[in-house]
Write a protein that binds this ligand. Sequence first.
Ligand code: KG4
Ligand code: ZN
Length: 329
Amino acid sequence: MYTLGIETSCDETSCAVLKNYRVLSNVTISSLREHAKYGGVVPEIATRLHLKNIDKVTRHALTQAGVSLNQIDLIAATHTPGLIGALVVGLNFAQALSLSLRKPFIGVNHLHAHIFAPFLNNAHPIEFPFLGLVVSGGHTEIYYVKDFTKISLIGKTRDDACGEVFDKVAKAYGLGYPGGPAIDRLFNAAHKNDFSFKCGKIGFDLSFSGIKTALVYKKLELEKQKSLDRATMIGLISSFQEIVLNTIVSTVLEAARTLKVRRVVCGGGVIANRSLRRKLSARASANLQFLIPPFEYTTDNAGIVAGLGFYLYNKKSIRSSLGLEPEAN
Ligand code: KG4
Ligand code: ZN
């Protein structure tokens, strides 16, 4: 069965074609560069560029997959959460395709799609229950997943998302946008304990806005004293990354122990972070497995949307109405 997936929740316009769970193509045009000069995603620009690029990525995805539109059996698209204007473009496009091709349509939750990433290409058997760990630009959440139709939120950030804090700290230190990859590259393990900061934690909930503010004030203080050289900056950024990632890892481990779960399934842009991937892998044991997706499926892409759409469609033949509305955050 061929599934066509569409993802437009933020600044990536993406279309994928899957044959069952095998990814035949996954084409993404990112409007990242257009937003870089503003230091963050500008919703209006993202919406306009989705409109400009959506048919282009769809054509490319079909060509790359060697599949024609008429061969598509199912259409899946992100309907929540995300920027409202951005969601409207992809959702309407997918619903219109479904209507014209007379093929079923399914709306997918983008966060749930992130934790489908490790299952693409049948890389792992889909077995429940597990903990889902989503660490992205807009969200930091831990789920108890009995099935992709039975997902309970057990922990989340109470303020900024992890990726958002990486982006904001990087912006304050002039490291460019997006900040996550810049901080990942700058990180130096020899300097990860140079400074001591703290993240907030209440149960399985987290808080990152305090550490962000601390980093911004530390920079102002050191600049005033004229002592912010590059080595100090690397120490600050490395310590920041180390503490944020350690907090996430220890919280998810605590949740797995408490809920007696033997599997943690990870997804979201920040899961591309090399140090986070190493930390998670290092905590794997006979009693606890970490499923970490390949880099290409960590950040926003339509492959994960199509994969989850296909799973849900097979499960009780779920399908969505063509009147399904987009829901923002
Ligand atoms: O999942 P995603 O593509 O979009 C959302 O759904 O939000 O995540 C984007 C976020 C950005 O904040 C970006 O800075 C962060 O993921 N990110 C990283 C890395 N690559 C992307 N953060 C840390 N290290 C990375 N290597
Ligand atoms: Zn995402």
